[in-house]
Write a protein that binds this ligand. Sequence first.
Ligand code: S3P
Length: 163
Amino acid sequence: MEDKHQGYYIIGFMGSGKSSVAALLDRDAIDLDREIEQKTGYTIMQIFDRFSASYFRWIEAQLLRSVCPNGRIIAVGGGCPFYYHNMEYMRRQAKTVYLRCNFDSLYDRIKDDKSRPLVRSLDRVSMQALFDRREALYMTADIIFDMPDDLAIAAQKLNKFVK
Ligand code: S3P
């Protein structure tokens, strides 16, 4: 049984269902990308376009550090663990949960999503390469959760881990 007060960070590639499943869990949930949009008044796409990817990473790291888990679930964007030592930071603060999915299902879910800057700029081969590079760090999460296709089933199973 985990400490009820520590909280959990949900990590994983784009399309793994981090935000959707976090919202279905029996704990308060925060979505870091939505926090970024609320705090800046820009969508993620606008931040990439009007400012830059580096600026987005900087804000992401700042907001990550300003939102305390305190027993809550925090879903972070797919790239978050890879910048500003964010993975080490999250691992110190709370438990990390990796939602593991296979690349083909992820790609099918995200390929037509115009709200994700990386989908716009990377073709399938580059996206697969990014996924392959990222997986090693995702796999250092405290909990590796094999994500079922059905979100309700995923939430039911995950609730047992985050009790
Ligand atoms: C990103 C993932 C996105 C968002 C941004 C960058 C990434 O979040 O943070 O577009 O680098 O993988 P989701 O994983 O929720 O799509």
